[in-house]
Write a protein that binds this ligand. Structure first.
Ligand SMILES: Cc1ncc(COP(=O)(O)O)c(C=O)c1O
Length: 386
């Protein structure tokens, strides 16, 4: 760096930079486990431990030779493949760079200042971030004693200002599942002007949750979000999709940035979707390992709720979350502690499960603080997404 460049750098530290919108300072962080990346097994981000299908890898490798060209505006090839696979019209399908990006688009399109976004808590930590970013107010309804969505309390918490309700099914991080009948009764209980978003990121691991696609016919205020990040093992390339009434899809397309789905992600997702054998194999592997770990944890006295995801939840009443996270890291595996709530362990290979069990055995079962579950909906202000 020459003398002039150095002077510029020094003087830049002294000037004040433009202020972002005030809500930027209020956004809770989206955190990753501190130890992720340094441990031997990562069980903290609900990723697949298996690489994507060979067909998907080949398709992605092939497309890079044409990386000089923009992808289609709206991921037309993946939209067509999903519509055909799911028996929907292409007008009912939108795709994007992960379901998280699409959730941001939904909230930006449907909720803003003065509106309320309602969801269960604890649930996916991105919800308060994205709802706050949209300028809306977050209303959190505590999970019930079984760590499930309290559908009755959620329906009762809908107000004239509620614009969007988020149902995370299976719920991250507790793994609990609503069946299709419960979702239907919730949809019956809320006014049609409220958009209900069913986040099915872990659908493939939930087996028994029933076919929610049939609900799209009866409820034009329903939007279903799914992803290629989990069961398909494509988290790094970012591909997700939305299924909804054509009017909702049109609104999402209007707010989505053009070229939102990269050509690499589209090629990988289209190929992955066609590889049913791969999907069966990976889901079976996760379910087998989940059953093993659940059995071992239960045998040790942990009250782990039945999970429909690729993870298990150890409630805080049973553990001191931070101690578990530390002990697991010392045994070579990262897990996710949510202070005051519990620990989420993503399903990983058998060695990782054994390392988690060894970590738990090392510290023993140490009940955490008594749970202070609030009984009324919380209006969210800051913090909470640890
Ligand atoms: C409930 C839930 N929804 C959405 C996502 C994000 O998925 P994607 O990778 O498609 O953005 C996650 C990721 O952990 C999740 O847990």
């Amino acid at each position: 760096m020459n003398g002039q460049g150095l002077n510029t750098a020094v003087s830049m530290t002294a000037v004040s930079t433009p202020e972002p919108r005030p809500l930027v300072g209020r956004l809770p962080g989206y955190s990753r486990s501190a130890s992720a990346g340094t441990v031997r097994w990562v069980a903290s981000s609900n990723e697949s431990w298996m690489p994507p299908s060979p067909a998907a890898r080949e398709a992605m490798a092939d497309i890079v030779h044409r990386a000089n060209r923009y992808p289609s505006l709206a991921g037309d090839r993946l939209v067509a493949a999903l519509a055909e696979r799911l028996g929907l019209s292409a007008t009912q399908v939108a795709v994007g760079a992960g379901s998280l990006a699409m959730l941001g688009q939904i909230l930006n399109a449907y909720a803003g200042p003065g509106d309320e976004v309602l969801y269960a808590w604890r649930s996916y930590e991105a919800y308060p971030i994205l709802a706050t970013l949209a300028g809306a107010e977050c209303v959190e309804v505590p999970l019930d004693a079984a760590h499930r969505h309290d559908i009755g309390a959620m329906a009762a918490a809908v107000t004239d200002r509620t614009r969007v309700v988020l149902l995370c099914n299976p719920n991250n991080p507790t793994g609990t599942v609503l069946d299709v009948g419960e979702i239907r009764s919730f949809l019956d209980a809320v006014p049609g002007r409220v958009l209900v978003v069913l986040d099915e990121a872990y659908l493939e691991f939930s087996g028994g949750s029933g076919n929610t696609l049939q609900l799209l016919q009866d409820y034009p205020n329903l939007a279903i979000l799914r992803t290629f990040s989990k069961a398909y093992g494509l988290a790094a390339v970012r591909a997700g999709y939305l299924l909804a009434h054509g009017d909702i899809v049109r609104s999402i397309r209007a707010v989505a940035p053009p070229f939102g789905l990269s050509a690499v992600a589209e090629a990988g997702a289209v190929a992955a979707l066609a590889d049913a054998e791969y999907l069966r194999g990976t889901v079976d592997a996760v379910l087998a390992e989940r059953a093993f770990l659940q059995h071992e944890l239960t045998a040790r006295g942990y009250r782990v709720p039945p999970s429909g995801g690729n993870f298990l939840w150890i409630p805080e009443a049973d553990v001191r979350a931070a101690d578990i996270e530390r002990s697991c890291a010392a045994h070579g595996v990262s897990v996710r502690a949510f202070a005051g709530s519990g620990v989420r362990v993503s399903i990983a290979p058998r060695e990782a499960s054994l390392a988690v069990l060894a970590a738990l055995d090392t510290i023993g079962r140490q009940p955490g603080p008594a749970q202070t579950t609030p009984t009324t909906p919380q209006n969210y202000s800051t913090g909470g997404a640890s």
